[in-house]
Design a protein. Sequence first.
Length: 269
Amino acid sequence: MNSYSALTLLFGLLFIQACHSPTTKKNDTPIDTIATKDSSSLTSKDSTALSISAAADSSKGQIFLVRSYRIWEKEDPTAVLNKDWFDLYEREGKYYLEKVDYEIKDSYDECAQVPSKSVESKRNSLLFLNIKGLKPGAVENMKINHSEIWPKESVEYTFRKQHIILKGFGDIKSTEVQTDEKGHEKLFHEVAHYKLNATFGGAKEITLFQKDQYDHIFMSTQFVGDIDRDGQLDFIFSNPSHYEEETTLLFLSNGGKPLIFEASEQFDC
């Protein structure tokens, strides 16, 4: 091949590559999508929505799992806690928000062979929260209808005349019968490509979160109520990817400007 032909071929290849290279378009649209660090997100069906990180923005707040934490390379996850955090806890079937009352105990994780610290609340705590605008006192809550929302299933709630519908979508890979600790049998599905959609009061449907794969585990609803006292429902979901992982996701209605917070800890051996 002579030099002229080689040069012509090179320019042709560069032209084809330029035509197929992806471009990034910035939209000046209102923010109605809030994403966490992984695949959990709040998105509308409108693909033009702008996405920002909620978990990385400390000005919006943070949630914390009340559990034991492994200390890797002297990084202490419990160091973020202080007496300014709120505790969402249950007492006799009712929920309350109060400033945290806890202690931290040093321990050792035999499985991982590393030091650990255990956060022990003096209440029946569901979650610790450090979110601006929260106030102490009783928290309105509703009875959970069907904790797991499998693909093709939906759950409905009515709160202060607002009708909320949660819908599950995804692929069921296999199904088996499991027996719980009380001896009750129930169906369990292995699910992939899952997403949970919600409609609030007839508004457009949005996706609260999505998960590519569940490994011998599935999402479940942990709390339904009005944590921020804005007259709209908030939700807490358990949403781990793996059975050796604890992941909690908080959907906070925030006066019509929804926020999502996530906390996660692995305990694989």
